[in-house]
Design a protein around this ligand. Sequence first.
Ligand code: FES
Length: 141
Amino acid sequence: MATIELVSDGPLLVKDVTQCRNSRGEAIAVKDPFYLCRCGGSANKPFCDGTHKKIGFKSAREAPPPSGGSSSASGGKSAAAAPCVRIKKDGPYLVTGVPDLKCDVAPPDPAQYALCRCGASKTKPYCDGSHRVIGFKDDKN
Ligand code: FES
């Protein structure tokens, strides 16, 4: 079953997800499992290269995330979508088909949610739009 785990002060650990696409819709080859950068500093985006340790990335939430949705996604139609991580241009990871996000606060919509990859969100692991404020750029993806 596809899952995403949050590594404390580190990346996203993605399991059983075979589809990853850049902002142009092109497939990115992934292994199983793979680690996605969420500090914003990796030189090998979207993958983690260990930079979070060098820059002292902290993954603690600083503000409450959007109100959590129902965590009883089992049996819902939304779980039928193929697990996929899509990269938004200079923005978050848009996750579909992975209702099993290992987080203390369920996503507002388990069928589709946006995870921060710039490192600046105050509502980690969710994107709060801070990528625009800090001018996050990822020209490669
Ligand atoms: S990607 Fe970090 S706040 Fe949106």
